[in-house]
Write a protein that binds this ligand. Sequence first.
Ligand code: URP
Ligand code: ZN
Ligand code: ZN
Length: 460
Amino acid sequence: MSVLIKNGRVVTATDDYVADVFIEKDKIIAIGRDLKFVAETIIDASGKLVMPGGIDPHVHLEMPFMGTYSSDTYETGTRAALYGGTTTVIDFILQKQGSSLQSALDEWRGRSHGNTLGDYSFHMAVTDFNENTKAEIKTMIEKEGITSFKTFMAYKGALMIDDRQMIGLMEEVKKHGGLINVHATNGDMIDFLVAKHKSEGKLAPLYHYLSQPEITEAEASSRFVDMSSYTGCPGYIVHLTCEGALNAVRDATQRDQKIFVETCIQYLILDASLYENNFEGAKWVMSPPLREKKDQETLWAGINQGLVQVVATDHCPFTWEQKLMGKDDFSKIPNGHPALENRMELLFSEGVMKNKITLNKFVEVSSTNAAKIFGMFPQKGTIAVGSDADIVIIDPNEKHQLSASTHHMNVDYSGYEGWNITGKVKTVLLRGKVAIDNNNCLVEKGYGQFIKRNKVSQII
Ligand code: URP
Ligand code: ZN
Ligand code: ZN
């Protein structure tokens, strides 16, 4: 299997030049002008951008959550990801409180193994840290290649751990070269506000938003970075949304801490006014909720200042019927929204085309930084000799419209219905195979591989 991509504008996190890219089997073999290799497939990329395949390190596929399952399976979710230019995703395993990490891994493997079209890996969410869990951390990192551990500072009773468990986990993870991911919101404050709103008969989606004010995220983010400073364990704040939380990170950088920040595409381009439309707002019920315009400005600036390293999705889709579980009570609306297929094109259109970020920054935050932070670089996240041939070819000028009627995610609405955007994913290669070509998917389930990741300490 060999592919020659001709005359494309190759953009990585650091470079930008016109060249040919020659691929044999699953790897990039050569990059240069007028390459003379004979290839089975030749792709003319003149006038197009040739960039590393997207990496979305925050997705929830077929995840048991709030009394139901997120509606994209490993098959539909990774197919939709490929259509949108994302070649690798990192999904979350949830430990059941009272059970082991290994049993959770077995359960998640049972659903995912052999069912993905795109490459994938797992973070392990530790929801019950005790002596038994502690003993499993080394095995997860060294044997399973699962080097990042998710913690929840909210969702009490199901997922949340307290600060004592957090410190214990951080010490163990640091010892073995791993990283802690965190959903940093103050669960107790949120639970108080949810109960208060419900007791006052305030049950619409708007009250989901009003139950999670900025301070609930700023407080928890600040507490998390302090615990990370105290233990010396590297931390990664998932789905950071607002100015107050980012300011906590600014303080951490002054202490020279290893704190990484992810925001999600929706927090950059949507705002809380969407909750004003009665139950329609349920489409954007997610945690943390959408914020204000001033927070969008802070996040774009944070990306350019290097304080925010990753733009992910927190893709956690629920169908409209599932969202209706909360039609009389916002606290029963399954939290999450679909964006996996749209992330790269939205970030390109809203970010690069509107001059908010450069092309190099686009590559950095949509692919390269996630590969580095999560121990997959340089196998993934760049276009270089020896790297996996995971490549997205984008036509920067093609205009199109987003809609549930044309997307491939298994959900019957779009959070971006009718959005007109510029820049279209035309061709996607995954490990040297053309996976997407002009709106056709050419790989089948089972093509995706589980990626064992390196220790974080070897990379950063
Ligand atoms: O609303 C969200 N974010 N749903 C998925 C679970 C999580 O908190 O990431
Ligand atoms: Zn979360
Ligand atoms: Zn999430």
